[in-house]
Design a binder for this molecule. Structure first.
Ligand SMILES: [Zn+2]
Length: 172
C-alpha cells in the first residue's frame, strides 16, 4: 500500500488539496486498518464491530459513538499548518487548510469541505439542541457539527473533532 501510494505521488504533480498528496509513508497507525484509503472515495458500510477492531479507542468513540473531544484539548484547534485533513477512520480527504479559520470555539473549524461529497449531513436533535451533524462522506463516521455562524464566503462553521482528523502537510 505504502509503495503504491509513493509511486502514485511520484508519477504526478498535484496542487495542494486537489488530490491526495502524500509525501511521507502512510500513517503507521493505520497499517492494520484495511478500510483506510486516501484514493478510494467510494462510500463503505462497515459494522461497528469491525471498526472496533481497527480503530484506536479515541477515534472509535468519536467516529462511531458520536463522541466529542473536550474543547481546547485536540491537536488541531489552534493549529495553522498548510496542508490537507483526512478522515482518521477511513482516509477520506475532508478539508483543506485554506478553509480553516480561528473560531475560538476550541475545536478545529473550517468554512467548507474540500468537495461536496466529502461529508454528509444529518439532522441532530439530541441534547435539547437542533444541530446538523457532519459525517464522513465515505465511512459515515461522526466528525462534528456545522453551524451558520462562520465567515465568508460560505458563512458556515464546520466544528470538527481533532481526534477524527489526520493532517498531511503540503509537499513543498
Ligand atoms: Zn471516513
Amino acid at each position: 500500500m505504502t509503495i503504491k501510494l509513493l509511486l502514485f505521488t511520484a508519477t504526478f504533480l498535484f496542487t495542494a488539496c486537489s488530490a491526495p498528496s502524500q509525501t511521507t509513508p502512510a500513517m503507521t497507525t493505520n497499517t492494520s486498518n484495511p478500510y483506510y484509503s486516501r484514493t478510494d472515495t467510494t462510500p463503505i458500510t462497515i459494522a461497528n464491530s469491525e471498526w472496533k477492531k481497527v480503530l484506536t479507542e479515541d477515534v472509535y468513540t468519536i467516529a462511531r459513538e458520536q463522541g466529542t473531544e473536550r474543547a481546547f484539548t485536540g491537536k488541531y484547534w489552534d493549529f495553522e499548518g498548510l496542508g490537507t485533513y483526512y478522515c482518521a477512520a477511513c482516509g477520506n480527504q475532508l478539508f483543506c487548510s485554506d478553509s480553516k479559520f480561528g473560531s475560538g470555539c476550541g475545536w478545529p473549524s473550517f468554512f467548507e469541505a474540500v468537495r461536496k461529497t466529502a461529508v454528509r449531513y444529518i439532522d441532530d436533535n439530541t441534547h435539547g439542541m437542533v444541530r446538523t451533524e457532519v459525517r464522513c462522506g465515505r465511512c459515515d463516521g461522526h466528525l462534528g457539527h456545522v453551524f451558520d455562524d462562520g465567515p465568508p464566503p460560505t458563512g458556515q462553521r464546520f466544528c470538527m473533532n481533532s481526534v477524527v482528523l489526520e493532517f498531511e502537510p503540503d509537499s513543498k
